[in-house]
Design a protein around this ligand. Structure first.
Ligand SMILES: Nc1nc2c(c(=O)[nH]1)N[C@H]1C(S)=C(S)[C@@H](COP(=O)(O)O)O[C@H]1N2
Ligand SMILES: [Mo]
Length: 235
């Protein structure tokens, strides 16, 4: 999208973001990570008040961050990367890498929990909050869920009340470096309060939905809610 065209949409964006948050506030407070009064796990509280180690997880060193994929790592050059934001939105858009960098940037420390039993604590991600990108596209009143896609054929679904949490990021850097191709570079999504499969690597599309639909692993038996602090792995 041309630079002028994108920045023209910044007008009123913060209000749009707040209105969207307000619309999902009640559902957001009822999400597992906010409503659970007895989350399971071990260790001192994390930044959301949950035990740092969800039940059954092994904590790995940050430098030993494993790579999980469907067997191929798409090569996407930053200048060729595109993120299509469409579906139940009033203003569909396509973001380029430079557009992503033109949006408000945040550095967020977050934990990363893979359902296969490993966790990495305190990774530092840099990118744009999902809620800003949602606000840019202006979800219609009917929008309730989102499907995110990776250019390897991957997909994963989220209710909007999860996707709008401020630590859900569209990430271009991790640990102070550009995201490597293995970890989903140039751009991936992270959803730190759910199992890590909820964050699509090589993010290529965000589709707003008017009802829930299951993604790649959700069809194949992984839990649709994906809440790590109740051993919520399969359905
Ligand atoms: N596009 C895409 N995204 C994906 C996956 C994938 O195979 N393809 N695997 C998921 C799973 S199961 C996990 S645990 C994390 C792994 O991210 P990592 O390889 O950076 O550790 O990415 C998630 N996102
Ligand atoms: Mo995973």
């Amino acid at each position: 999208m041309a630079k002028t065209e994108l920045s023209a949409r910044f007008h009123g964006l913060d209000e749009a973001r707040r209105a969207l948050r307000a619309r999902f506030e009640e559902k957001l407070l009822a999400t597992p990570s906010l409503a659970d009064t007895g989350p399971q796990g071990e260790g001192p509280p994390n930044r959301h008040g949950m035990p740092r180690e969800p039940p059954g997880q092994n904590v790995f060193e940050r430098r030993a961050w494993p790579v999980l994929d469907l067997g191929r790592i798409p090569a996407v050059a930053p200048e060729e990367w595109r993120l299509s934001v469409d579906g139940a939105v009033e203003e569909p858009l396509t973001l380029r890498y430079a557009d992503l960098l033109a949006l408000p940037q945040v550095d967020e420390e977050a934990d990363f929990h893979c359902v296969t039993g490993w966790s990495i604590l305190d990774l530092v991600f840099r990118g744009v909050r999902f809620e800003w990108i949602a606000a840019l596209a202006r979800p219609t009143p009917e929008a309730t869920h989102v499907m995110t896609y990776g250019s390897d054929g991957y997909s994963t679904n989220l209710p909007l009340e999860e996707a709008l949490k401020p630590d859900v990021l569209v990430v271009h850097s991790a640990e102070g470096k550009h995201l490597s191709p293995e970890h989903g570079g140039p751009v991936r999504i992270v959803v730190p309060q759910l199992w890590a499969w909820k964050g699509a690597k090589w993010a290529s599309r965000i589709e707003f939905l008017t009802h829930d639909r299951r993604g790649y692993w959700e069809i194949r038996g992984y839990s649709n809610t994906a809440y790590p602090w109740r051993d919520d792995r399969n359905w």
